[in-house]
Ligand binder design. Structure first.
Ligand code: KIV
Length: 271
């Protein structure tokens, strides 16, 4: 299906209508102005300023170290590159867990200082109060269930979540709760495809899958993975559309050769 560029701005209501019509939602991460501009022009529906910036932009092993100020820096850069997509920003680790007042303060700081359109946070019933408080301030909230990378030290591994009945049951209850609270969408990360199907059919709000199979209402990938920049990360769920690592490396090698051989700059490339 081609991208519907007739839609001037993607809003949470547009996403709801897309689910109702059975139109898939395409989401990618973005952390800077230039990339956001390209992805937006291509027609992406949602840009997520993910805390995966901690991994792909800053080189950390986990998403835990990134700060609220760093997320705001990335988010405001993305916002300047976007005309059509809905821009969602991750609340970083430590900015909302266990304290709904702090969750609201962090959200307000993101919204005021970056100009973003919505926030995302990880977890179900544990973050119920934070979600309620943020929504009461009029800020749209996207949930995130399944593998929640901010809890990596609790899980111990990045393997598929909710394979056991008990965990699957909790995920279903949490998904229902997030919808009842008023979340506009839920990211489902690394869970079995059959569970994604069950949850997506049960909910009226869209599910956005990553490693969660073909039945989600939308898909999200980390842009750097999808473009083949992060060379060492190749899980089964990832489809790469470019090999930018090798592309950039090759172009850089050519540049170095041209500089060293005095081929660049030539007579037409000078004043
Ligand atoms: O931070 C991120 O990039 C995410 C996606 C993996 C959904 O949360």
């Amino acid at each position: 299906m081609s991208v519907n560029k007739e839609i001037k701005r993607i809003t949470t209501h547009v996403l709801q209508a897309m689910k109702a019509k059975g139109e898939r939602i395409a989401m990618l991460t973005a952390y800077d102005f230039s990339m956001a501009r390209i992805l937006d022009e291509a027609g992406i529906d949602i840009l997520l300023v993910g805390d995966s910036a901690s991994n792909v932009m800053a080189g950390h092993e986990t998403t835990l170290p990134i700060t609220l100020d760093q997320m705001i820096y990335h988010a405001s850069s993305v916002i300047r590159g976007v005309k059509r997509a809905l821009v969602v920003v991750d609340l970083p680790f430590g900015s909302y867990q266990g304290n709904s007042k702090k969750a609201l303060e962090s959200t307000i700081q993101i919204m005021k200082e970056s100009g973003a359109h919505a926030i995302k946070l990880e977890g179900g019933s544990e973050v119920k109060e934070s979600i309620t408080r943020i929504l009461s301030a009029g800020v749209p909230v996207m949930g995130h269930l399944g593998l929640t990378p901010q809890s990596i030290y609790k899980f111990g591994t990045y393997t598929v979540r909710a394979k056991q009945e008990e965990e699957a049951k909790k995920l279903i209850e949490d998904a229902m709760l997030l919808q009842e609270l008023g979340c506009f969408a839920i990211v489902l990360e690394k869970i079995p495809a059959a569970l994604t199907k069950q949850v997506s059919e049960m909910l009226t709000i869209p599910t956005i899958g990553i490693g969660a199979g073909m039945h989600a209402d939308g898909q999200v990938l980390v842009t750097h993975d999808m473009l083949g920049i992060t060379k060492d990360f190749q899980p089964r769920f990832l489809r790469t559309y470019l090999d930018l690592f090798e592309g950039i490396k090759g172009a850089t090698a050519n540049y170095i050769t041209d500089v060293k051989s005095r081929d660049f700059p030539n007579e037409t490339e000078q004043y």
